[in-house]
Design a protein. Structure first.
Lengths: 223, 591
């Protein structure tokens, strides 16, 4: 092959080289790759949930409630649509920011800062779950149930509680996961081998949970 | 951050010391593989007994008073579900995946042994939940292995209270177990290969298991989600899958759900599931055929690509199971089209197996017999699949015994024959003992001929229109008396085949104790697992140093070489040649 042709192959060639290597296909620690694969698998779970949602929304025989009315909140004597959910979304996205900072300090091995930033992330997560609990309580007090819904189609309540519940479970697990890792970072467990991959891996999970929320937000509240 | 590939890291496995950490809570992939394998074979035997009971009822209706119609439905359901999920998936991936991946790619263990151990215990839990459903009021579910709602959770279907709940719970736990194992298999193959082991030098067994695991990680989520949704329909009274229904004279409090949604979700899992079982079988059988024919596998690269392409296509054919479901009829065209396309890479694989045998130096060992038997049954089942893939042909045949015959040939008998081939092939490595060859041959001929005696006539019953999942035919005009006679013969064959499986069980247990000590490499095979310093391999697999790989795994009948084969881990300059033959020339990169 001529010099020219070799240069032209550039990027593709890099990929091919990686994959035709011995020992490993990606130049990353296995834990990170495993988390990626898990998240892809989890993406399929959420996709199935969302496809199920679209499908029941079409098959439902009663009218679908208007999200801007159902999810409105009385604040200062005014009915503000989607206000709670806007705050929740903002908090979750902010928490992705603090997580990213924690990963950054992991490169510098700054134990204190990593631990604090991860704890802040966890607290954001916790407040998200708290507000979700508040929203659930409000809907339930208005009579929305998995099997019944005063505003229209049954399936609205069913799918809403199921999918936000499943996502909320992810957030809760993430909060526990973050707290444990923050605790261990602070104790210096990862200095023994000078290996802070786990912070990045936790970060991957957290960003994913955040990203999924954006889709849930769009599909449930804006559609 | 300092980061070294796994193959270059120092050996850090800590040897377990107590009996419990060695054999019970073990993190060693080989022990986990054996745990998975024996549990799977155990439940498989239960499923076999259930099939015998069904056959007794079908062959001799009105004879066995202890089988009533509800029992029959429960037997069908549990038989199908156990065979597909708890036997085949668990044995191929949990069993052979665990055993072979680290050994064949030259790793000391899976990358995350602890998770791997959890995977087995979750699997065991799912099996226990499944079997518990035999003992709850109402018995196990009788909804058919496809569990279609609404009937699966309505009164009138056996096990519609507790049985179906336990089934769904068990499936959800199984998915969790599979995910924990699957993450390990995929990551280990990608990141933990030894020096010199490129992806294109891996034995096809690893390729098949690897791609099948990826399919599982993407397909099981659909099953998981549909199980959750159906649980809610049953427990909380939601209407995901429930339209407005009149049931047993009552109007139910359900409306607006979509039963077809469940079918889509189920088959989005269900069809890839066929390949989750088939691809490992394709891989294992390729290695067995090549080794015992003393010939390199024909078209290695094509075989790898065929596995990948089949895996990818298997995600866009699912609705060929739904031609009669009431989905949009135009879908049928698309799904028939993709279904027929997938036949092309599959046919390529079959040609390559046959061409591997061509002019080979075939040794008719027990594993080889099973492997060749597989080629027959697979071609057979594959051909009937082409019929059923076409909408117009499928419509009259759907839900008849033709379908039962088809899927038993292609995903029942064929993978099982490969399992036997693989179990016999790797038995000397796993146990260090040689099995009894005569018993093995008896087992093969009984099983191979027996399955034809069972399933060939079923195709004919299908053409007559005999419906599947029926307890008894009664007096039906279009079913002649001769069909009943045939049914009795099928039952005799099925009972015979079932009993002959005990020969295998006996052989495995007996040889464990009384079998001859096996050579470390009794089949003169090239792949790494046969080159371990200990036989059977011990914790950590390779002693002090990992093996280094110099070539692919198919260097058989090497011209001039002393042993006629060259293991993957022998350096070219160390290959012993016959006198006057000159030096060894590596041909592997030519393929
Ligand atoms: C000697 C071995 C076997 C015999 C005699 C046997 C027999 C049967 C019978 C009689 C039925 C019920 C047909 C009906 O009433 O519709 C059935 C269904 C089924 N079998 Fe087997 N079988 C055997 C092995 C297997 C294996 C190895 C598999 C693995 C894939 C398998 C998978 C299934 C499935 C998925 C069903 C459908 C269940 C349903 O309709 O819900 N069988 N088998
Ligand atoms: Cu299919």
């Amino acid at each position: 092959m001529t010099e020219q042709a070799l240069n032209n192959q550039g990027h593709m060639q890099n990929i091919v080289d990686d994959w035709s290597n011995d020992k490993q296909a990606y130049h990353v620690p296995w834990g990170k790759l495993m988390m990626w694969i898990f998240l892809i698998s989890d993406t399929f779970i959420f996709s199935c949930f969302l496809v199920g949602y679209m499908n029941v929304r079409m098959s439902a025989t009663e009218p679908w409630p208007y999200p801007s009315e159902v999810f409105a909140l009385e604040l200062f004597g005014q009915n503000i649509p989607l206000i709670l959910i806007a705050i929740m979304t903002f908090i979750l996205i902010t928490s992705s920011g603090t997580m990213a900072l924690a990963v950054r300090y992991a490169h510098f091995r700054d134990r204190k800062k990593i631990a604090i930033l991860m704890l802040i992330t966890a607290l954001f997560g916790l407040s998200f779950v708290g507000m979700q609990a508040f929203e659930w309580t409000k809907l339930i007090s208005e009579g929305v149930r998995p099997w019944a819904n005063p505003f229209g189609a049954h399936q609205f309540g069913s799918i809403f509680f199921m999918v936000t519940g499943f996502h909320g479970l992810h957030v809760s697990i993430g909060v526990i996961y973050l707290s444990i890792v923050a605790f261990k970072v602070n104790r210096g467990d990862y200095d023994k081998k000078d290996n802070y991959e786990i912070v990045e891996i936790t970060g991957l999970y957290w960003h994913f949970v955040d990203l999924v929320w954006v889709f849930i937000f769009a599909f449930f509240y804006l559609w | 951050m300092t980061y070294i590939p796994i193959a270059d890291q120092p050996n850090e496995l800590h040897d377990p010391h107590t009996f419990i950490s060695k054999y019970v809570w073990s993190q060693d992939h080989k022990v986990i593989a054996i745990q998975y394998g024996s549990t799977a074979i155990f439940v498989g035997l239960i499923a076999l007994v259930l099939s015998a009971l069904m056959r007794l009822q079908l062959g001799y209706p009105d004879t066995f008073s202890f089988i009533d119609p509800a029992d029959y439905y429960q037997f069908v359901t549990m038989h199908g579900m156990i065979m597909v999920i708890y036997l085949l998936t668990a044995l191929f991936l949990g069993g052979f995946g665990n055993y072979l991946i680290p050994l064949q790619i030259g790793a000391r263990d899976m990358v995350f042994p602890y998770l791997n151990m959890l995977s087995y215990w979750f699997y065991l839990l799912s099996v226990i939940i499944l079997l518990a459903s035999f003992f709850v009021p109402g018995g196990p579910t009788g909804a058919g292995w496809t569990l279609y709602p609404p009937q699966a959770i309505l009164r009138g279907t056996p096990g519609a209270d507790m049985g179906i709940m336990l089934m769904l719970a068990s499936l959800a736990v199984f998915v969790v177990a599979f995910t924990m194992g699957g993450l390990n298999y995929v990551t280990t193959v990608l990141q933990a290969r030894t020096n010199g082991m490129t992806l294109m030098r891996m034995p096809l067994s690893v390729w098949g298991i690897f791609v099948a695991t990826i399919l599982g990680l993407f397909a099981f989520p659909a099953l998981f989600v549909s199980a959750i949704m159906m649980t809610f329909d049953k427990l909380l009274g939601t209407s995901f899958f429930m339209p407005a229904i009149q049931s047993l004279g009552e109007t139910l409090n359900t409306a607006g759900g979509s039963p077809v949604l469940f079918q889509h979700l189920f088959w989005f899992f269900g069809h890839p599931e066929v390949y989750i079982v088939a691809l490992p079988a394709f891989g294992l059988v390729s290695d067995v055929l090549s080794c015992h024919a003393r010939k390199n596998i024909f078209g290695y690269r094509l075989m790898v690509w065929a596995i990948i392409i089949i895996g990818a296509l298997s995600f866009i054919v699912w609705a060929h199971h739904m031609y009669v479901s009431g989905m949009n009829p135009y879908f049928g065209f698309f799904f028939a089209f993709t279904t027929l396309i997938i036949a092309v890479p599959t046919a390529i694989k079959v040609y390559n197996w046959v061409l591997t045998l061509w002019e080979g130096n075939i040794r008719l060992t027990v594993p080889m017999l099973f492997a060749i038997g597989f080629i027959f049954t697979f071609i057979h089942g594959g051909l009937t699949g082409i019929f059923l893939g076409n909408v117009t042909v499928d419509l009259p045949l759907s839900d008849t015994y033709f379908v039962v015959a088809h899927f038993h040939m292609v995903m029942g008998v064929s993978p099982v024959l490969v399992l036997y081939a693989a179990l016999y092939h790797w038995y000397p490595k796993i146990t260090g003992k040689m099995f009894n060859v005569t018993l093995g041959k008896i087992h093969f001929w009984a099983t191979f001929l027996g399955t034809y005696a069972i399933y060939l006539p079923m195709h004919y019953l299908g053409f007559l229109g005999v419906p599947r999942r029926y307890y008894a035919m009664g007096n039906t005009d279009f079913i002649p008396d001769s069909a009943q006679a045939l049914n009795a013969n099928i039952t005799q064959a099925a009972i015979f085949v079932g009993i002959m499986q005990l020969v295998f069980i006996f052989n495995v247990i007996w040889s464990l104790k009384y079998g001859k000590k096996s050579d470390p490499n009794p089949w003169d095979a090239t792949s790494l697992e046969w080159q371990t310093p200990d036989n059977p391999p011990v914790h950590g697999n390779w002693g002090e140093k990992l093996p280094v790989v110099y070539r692919w795994a198919y260097e058989y009948s090497v011209p001039g070489a002393k042993d006629d084969f060259v293991p993957q881990s022998i350096a070219p300059e160390d290959v012993e040649m016959l006198e006057g033959e000159g030096k060894y020339v590596d041909r592997s990169e030519e393929h």
